[in-house]
Design a protein around this ligand. Structure first.
Ligand code: SF4
Length: 487
């Protein structure tokens, strides 16, 4: 769909386009100043203007084209520049939301919320003295969030409040392995196909340098590791001898801690690699079917079968892994509700300790976006998520973190469910941005979180694998500097 936004405030155009995406899915938008009117070929035109009214400002929105209507919202003029920016943006978004809500007659699951972490809004309200129920009511009344999503937030925040608190002298350690055996068509990560594997040894050499620098840094700072997460990419795409080098280097840091490895592709898992995990203190692995339908797996560029997922899972269980996660994706190309239900049946029979259910998102850097694949029907994807939610509860799994992404089917969400005690603390702290993170490997972003106020400073590693290998000492220096900066 093509959207034209006519406004004197181009800085709000992206936010207005996000509201349109809630209702109409993928779209391209053009921004015009009022005197440029009449240019461009468009399906919907949104005109936004602001009128001062005593101590308030009124945002007025007029929509024309395939749908039409008018809306307005007032906001209080604030002397605080940041607050002013925030309330102005919110008023503009809500004015447009009101129009689309009224002309389509549809209540989107998350109402007018476009941000990636609705839980963040709940916590912000609670920090200002509201109870959980008051914060949830505010989301329902001011943002039109549906009762089902309010309930989801209630459960997630309740579970998160039971989890061990973050300690300021501890860090979460992320180790990135940016290789995969093939590229999934929906993937938007910068990881590369492992190909001939010629970069693997130099990459692992560089990573070991970074691990050793981080050990020294933690010692100098008097800090320790709280959780370790090895992701990517697919860490298990490394040949066993290289995987062994990384795991052995991490062992002193990870001993006795929550230590997750994404063993995402079942075709990269074998007894030797699983034994290495057990020997080196890995406590949690993720084996990701995404779907149990082989024709879909082929369509999305994954070179394994549903049967291989099952075999890898049963092998891991037989070797003693007692904390296994599985990822599923709702809305994969060519899949209907029955097919998704069948994948849920497989997962239910295997009884993993946690299940993460994603809604398909088609990001600009994915192959699917390149070949113009449409997003699946939002209402169908919503029903799939509802069914996944019901199944998870039947299995005794509770939702414990969630996030949303742009370009996601039905403007829905990704939700992780876990049995009590099997919640991945690393994931919660990453999502809620509550813990310091030291991120190693190409593309890792280290973060230092201020003790109060939510300020975060970041130190990114370069994303390109060859550049990372050549500049690893500089990446180590960036981390050391991060802890010298003033928060
Ligand atoms: S396994 Fe994950 S990182 Fe690798 S290509 Fe697929 S989505 Fe991307």
């Amino acid at each position: 769909m093509k959207l034209t936004i006519i406004t004197k405030a181009p800085e709000l155009a992206n936010d207005l386009a996000d509201v349109a995406r809630i209702f109409f899915g993928q779209l391209e938008y053009t921004v015009l100043a009022p005197d440029e009117e009449g240019q461009g070929d468009t399906d919907i035109t949104v005109r936004m203007a602001e009128e001062p009214r005593e101590d308030k400002t009124r945002v007025r929105v007029t929509v024309s084209g395939s749908v039409s209507g008018e809306g307005s919202r007032d906001f209080d003029t604030s002397p605080d520049a940041l607050e002013h920016k925030r309330v102005r943006k919110r008023a503009a978004k809500l004015a447009l939301y009101d129009v689309f809500r009224s002309v389509t007659g549809r209540q989107p699951p998350w109402g007018a919320l476009t941000g990636i972490r609705p839980t963040r809004l709940v916590y912000q309200q609670m920090e200002r003295g509201k109870s959980l129920e008051e914060a949830l009511n505010w989301l329902r009344q001011d943002f039109d969030v549906t009762p089902a999503k309010v309930q989801l937030l209630r459960e997630i925040v309740t579970v998160q409040q039971e989890l061990p608190a973050v300690r300021p002298e501890q860090v979460e350690l992320y180790v990135g392995i940016p290789f995969c055996v093939t590229r999934c068509t929906y993937c938007s990560f910068s990881s590369g196909e492992i190909g001939s594997g010629k970069l693997v040894v130099p990459y692992v050499d560089a990573l070991l340098r970074e691990i050793s620098a981080v050990k020294q840094l933690l010692m100098n700072l008097g800090m320790s590791v709280s959780t370790v997460y090895m992701g990517g990419g697919t860490p298990t795409s490394l040949p066993a001898p290289q995987l062994k080098r990384v795991l052995e280097a991490l062992r002193p840091l990870a001993a006795g801690k929550e230590f997750t490895v994404e063993a995402g592709r079942p075709d990269t898992i074998d007894r030797e690699k699983l034994s290495l995990f057990l020997e080196n203190g890995v406590t949690r692995i993720s084996i990701n079917p995404q779907t149990f339908h082989d024709e879909t797996l082929e369509r999305i560029g994954r070179r394994h079968t549903g049967q291989q997922t099952e075999e890898a899972y049963l092998l891991a269980r037989s070797m003693g892994f007692d904390d296994i996660n599985m990822d599923l994706i709702a809305g994969l190309p060519g899949e209907d509700e029955q097919m998704f239900r069948e994948s849920l049946d497989h997962v239910s029979a295997l009884r993993p300790d946690s299940v993460t259910v994603h809604s398909l998102a088609i990001k600009h850097s994915s192959t699917m976006h390149l070949y113009g694949a449409p997003l699946p029907d939002g209402a169908m994807t919503a029903r799939m998520l509802d069914e996944a939610n019901a199944r998870a509860h039947q299995l005794g799994l509770r939702p414990y973190y969630m996030y949303r992404q742009k370009y996601m089917a039905g403007a829905l969400e990704n939700v992780a469910y876990a049995r009590p005690g099997a919640e991945c603390l690393y994931n919660v702290r990453m999502m809620e941005e509550t813990g310091h993170v030291l991120a190693l490997g190409a593309g890792g972003i280290s973060k230092r979180v201020a003790p109060t106020g939510g300020k975060i400073v970041r130190a990114p590693n370069v994303g390109n694998i060859e550049e990372y290998i050549g500049r690893v000492d500089e990446m180590c220096g960036r981390k050391a500097q991060l802890w010298q900066s003033v928060l």
